[in-house]
Design a protein around this ligand. Structure first.
Ligand SMILES: *[C@@H]1O[C@H](CO)[C@@H](O)[C@H](O)[C@H]1NC(C)=O
Ligand SMILES: *[C@@H]1O[C@H](CO)[C@@H](O)[C@H](O)[C@H]1NC(C)=O
Ligand SMILES: *[C@@H]1O[C@H](CO)[C@@H](O)[C@H](O)[C@H]1NC(C)=O
Ligand SMILES: *[C@@H]1O[C@H](CO)[C@@H](O)[C@H](O)[C@H]1NC(C)=O
Ligand SMILES: *[C@@H]1O[C@H](CO)[C@@H](O)[C@H](O)[C@H]1NC(C)=O
Ligand SMILES: *[C@@H]1O[C@H](CO)[C@@H](O)[C@H](O)[C@H]1NC(C)=O
Ligand SMILES: *[C@@H]1O[C@H](CO)[C@@H](O)[C@H](O)[C@H]1NC(C)=O
Ligand SMILES: *[C@@H]1O[C@H](CO)[C@@H](O)[C@H](O)[C@H]1NC(C)=O
Length: 511
């Protein structure tokens, strides 16, 4: 009986789904997915505009989003190939929404004055208006329509789009994605907005943070799933209605937006992720805001977008994303994570080095080829020993150089040996994101840890010593690296999703 119902439900759902799949138009070449960056300005020493633009060019940044329409930055961007989203700050929406003249002046001052020398692609009207300034909700569509009329008057409406970024919590019940829907409180605005976006071929802008989904659902949403780490099929989330498999939280969030639009009969509007990211530092209540998690999230995000694999619901369309954010905004107050979302410090030194080789030039220069993985300072010997044992055992790092008599045996201490083993593992894994973690006792460094005759894996130094003959009997005794304890992977943290999946299946069966 139950099986029959499940089957009947699937029969009902599949035709609906496949119809939807054909409607979001296949991505055209000029519509290549890209990764851009948000430039927040709560920074005590923001680079002056010309230096900022030079920095963006050096880092091969192609798309940026500004939270306003700073004339000096827009001027400095002139004649570059960097594409820009300019924003109407929330506090200007009332004025623009109540007067066509104000809207026309805004477009003339902030868009027409710079275009096409500065490649403005989009006007973002406010930020998270529905959830942060509900009193402005009624003015949102009038503001959008007036700005659009002004663009039409300047004949720029085909080149420049208009939309408005939303917080992801306007979507309710977002897992499984097929059951997601827009909070009905916002329906009057959302219905009009979607009609506008559809009519003008503009994207639905969403700020999406797997970090917060993970933090608010600890024990249910696995960390690996939030960080785009590879999962075994049994650990993927399965949407029981569509049977689509989700390997990461961001794709599920994007598909929840598509489902929500479909509930309102809209299937020709694409999703643009205007903010996503992961903080690299937090207070005691934010233990997952670490450099390694931030590095893993953003590195894997970049690879995921450039892979162009779309989402399970829309494999033919890959949403572009803007990383939140370029600089740490040191002027932001608590929690600590608020000031630590940046890829760079304000002086343009990296907070961490992304692992993006093979993903084009974006944010990748030759420093990414010179990173090493070493043991952190101040970690107790026992913890390091466990990690060392794992690296040389189940991790299959090449630990021959830290055997007695070999080049990296000395200094004979667990920190030195662990550093060598971590680096060997990291190199073997192609310096991939997440491969320098070892439960948080390892860190990435740009300083070559080679010393004396000891040359670390990945180093370009050529050893000045020929290997001594290995006395293989002595090499098996006394060295920590030869103790292989257990096969438990270090980066577990995976809380299997079965409880949740079973829950959904039960709901299905109860229908
Ligand atoms: C503003 O322009 C729109 C579209 O051109 C028009 O429908 C509306 O009546 C105008 N509003 C005012 C206050 O003039
Ligand atoms: C929908 O949004 C309103 C307004 O923000 C909020 O009060 C309400 O709790 C939301 N509904 C749900 C189910 O979260
Ligand atoms: C969507 O379309 C269906 C079928 O045409 C209709 O019954 C439903 O009322 C529509 N919903 C909305 C929100 O327009
Ligand atoms: C790579 O990036 C670093 C840090 O931003 C910078 O100092 C260095 O000059 C860059 N190298 C090249 C070749 O662009
Ligand atoms: C960095 O690594 C990439 C891929 O591994 C390679 O194509 C590139 O030439 C390297 N750059 C330098 C300066 O070694
Ligand atoms: C392990 O490293 C040593 C020293 O660099 C090298 O000679 C040896 O070939 C490596 N072994 C394997 C299996 O890669
Ligand atoms: C190898 O070079 C290092 C410095 O790079 C030096 O400290 C060491 O003594 C040299 N060893 C030999 C055997 O020459
Ligand atoms: C290895 O060391 C042992 C004990 O010091 C010694 O008896 C043996 O001859 C050595 N073997 C080689 C190949 O050097």
């Amino acid at each position: 009986m139950a099986v029959f119902k499940l089957f009947a439900l699937l029969l009902f759902i599949f035709p609906v789904l496949s119809a939807a799949l054909t409607e979001v138009k296949a991505q055209r070449d000029k519509d290549e997915p890209y990764v851009g960056v948000n430039i927040g300005t709560d920074v005590s020493n923001l680079l002056p505009p010309t230096k900022l633009v030079a920095f963006l060019q050096q880092q091969k940044v192609t798309h940026i989003r500004l939270y306003d329409a700073d004339p000096d930055i827009l001027k400095a961007l002139s004649k570059t190939k960097i594409r820009v989203i300019v924003s109407v700050p929330n506090n200007q929406i009332l004025g623009i929404g109540s007067s066509n003249t104000t809207a026309a002046n805004w477009i003339s001052r902030n868009v027409v004055a710079f275009y096409p020398d500065t490649l403005i692609t989009t006007v973002a009207v406010g930020d998270e208006v529905l959830t942060t300034v509900p009193s402005l909700a009624v003015m949102l569509m009038p503001a959008i329509e007036s700005l659009y009329s002004a663009l039409v008057a300047s004949n720029l409406h085909n080149q420049i789009k208009i939309s408005t970024p939303h917080a992801s919590n306007i979507i309710l019940d977002s897992f499984p994605p097929s059951q997601a829907y827009f909070n009905e409180t916002f329906s009057p605005v959302i219905v009009q907005l979607l009609r506008f976006l559809s009519r003008t071929s503009s994207p639905l802008m969403m700020n999406m943070y797997p970090y917060y989904v993970f933090m608010q659902n600890k024990g249910v949403v696995p960390l690996d799933n939030s960080l785009f780490k590879p999962l075994t099929p049994s650990k993927e989330m399965v949407d029981p209605n569509t049977l689509l498999h989700y390997t990461n939280v961001l794709d599920a969030m994007i598909d929840s937006a598509y489902s929500s639009m479909k509930n309102l009969n809209v299937s020709d509007v694409v999703v643009l992720v205007t903010e996503t990211g992961w903080p690299s530092k937090g207070d005691s209540k934010e233990p997952y805001a670490t450099v390694d998690n931030a590095d893993t999230y953003n590195s894997n995000l970049i690879k995921h977008i450039f892979d162009r694999s779309g989402t399970p619901f829309h494999p033919e369309y890959t949403s572009s994303v803007y990383i939140y954010e370029l600089f740490n905004e040191d002027l932001r107050s608590s929690p600590v994570s608020e000031a630590n979302w940046g890829l760079f410090y304000a002086n343009s030194t990296p907070v961490y080095l992304l692992h993006v080789s093979g993903s084009g030039e974006f944010l990748a220069n030759d420093t990414t080829n010179q990173t090493y993985c070493v043991a952190m300072d101040g970690v107790d010997g026992k913890t390091l020993q466990t990690a060392l044992d794992w690296a040389c055992g189940p991790g299959r790092a090449n630990c021959s150089e830290i055997q007695p008599g070999e080049n990296c045996y000395s200094p004979n201490n667990v920190k030195n040996h662990a550093s060598y083993a971590f680096d060997s593992y990291y190199e073997k894994e192609g310096r991939s994101a997440g491969s320098c973690d070892f439960k948080g006792v390892a860190m990435i460094t740009t300083t070559d840890p080679s010393h004396g005759v000891c040359v670390f894996p990945g180093s370009k130094i050529i050893s000045n010593r020929t290997n001594t003959v290995v006395n293989s009997t002595s090499a098996t005794s006394g060295v920590d690296a030869s103790r292989f304890i257990g096969t438990r992977p270090l980066e577990d943290g995976l809380r299997i999703f079965w409880g949740l999946i079973l829950g959904f299946i039960c709901i299905l069966f109860a229908l």
